[in-house]
Ligand binder design. Structure first.
Ligand code: SAM
Length: 258
């Protein structure tokens, strides 16, 4: 009889679109939507607003991701760069407090599906945590796309090496991962970004939107991925959420939002 797996083991599980996801027992959550990891990430992080137009126009791009996880968003970005033959100068910065073992990262099928196995193997091979709670540079993932990682907690995150113009906000759900959705974290993200920065996330609860608004973000609602009704987009001003339905701040009894 095989012995039970230790509680902290990450399990690779397939999703309905054929791409893998991980299950994290300590959070009791999948890293992605079980209906399609790849499809969800494309919808939430790549389709909205200015990312694809910026790649097409070869404009410089700086991305800050909250929750590196499986690295799927980095791989999808590299895939877009290659497919569009983009010459954008890209800096990808991401935060992770519980990096999965290298064997797990290499066991996922994302790189294989996207034809990026060699780049992924080389990158994962370099993933050594030199220090905790600080930014580390990992050089080029593919030519023109450099990676920086912060190994540490969302609560001890420090200013990224450069201001992000796009934020991929991707912690686990607000219920199981509340430290990823605090007004404090959203305030830091706003302070470290530029007037043009936009934030995108799969979540759409009133509570997480209120945390963003409390931190000064203008919040909008868009159609969610894979049958989910809504997701959230945010910016410093409504001008950077063109065509997006804005969400009004809650009114208090004196008519002023908290
Ligand atoms: C939903 S997963 C991210 C998925 C990832 N973007 C991907 O495409 O695979 C959330 C990630 O946040 C990390 N995380 C959760 N709480 C954290 C914390 N307090 N500090 C740092 N990282 C945390 C988890 O380890 C996990 O990798």
């Amino acid at each position: 009889m095989s012995s039970p797996k230790p509680k902290h083991d990450f399990e690779i599980r397939p999703t309905i679109d054929g791409s893998d996801t991980l299950f994290a027992p300590q959070f009791g959550q999948h890293y992605h939507n079980p209906n399609g990891a790849l499809a969800e990430s494309q919808h939430v992080f790549f389709k909205p607003l200015r990312l694809i137009p910026d790649l097409l126009a070869h404009r410089p791009i700086t991305i800050l991701e909250i929750g590196f996880g499986t690295g799927l968003n980095l791989l999808l970005l590299a895939d877009w760069v290659k497919r569009l033959r983009s010459k954008s100068d890209i800096r990808y910065m991401s935060v992770e407090g519980f990096l999965a073992p290298k064997s797990t990262l290499l066991g996922l099928n994302h790189a294989n599906m996207l034809g990026l196995e060699d780049h992924w193997k080389e990158f994962v091979g370099t993933l050594t945590q030199a220090s905790h709670d600080s930014w580390q540079s990992f050089g080029d993932f593919i030519p023109g796309l450099t990676v920086d990682l912060f190994f540490g907690s969302f609560t001890s995150l420090t200013k990224p090496p450069v201001a992000p113009n796009i934020i991929f906000h991707d912690p686990f759900s607000p219920e199981s991962n509340p430290e990823g959705w605090t007004p404090d974290l959203f305030a830091h993200l706003r302070e470290w970004s530029t007037m043009q920065t936009t934030l995108r996330t799969y979540a759409a609860s009133t509570k997480c939107r209120q945390a963003m608004m409390k931190a000064g973000w203008v919040v909008g609602s868009a159609k969610g991925a894979l049958g989910k009704r809504e997701m959230t987009l945010a910016a410093h001003s409504a001008e950077y959420l063109p065509g997006i339905r804005l969400v009004s701040p809650p009114k208090t009894s004196d008519g002023v939002a908290d």
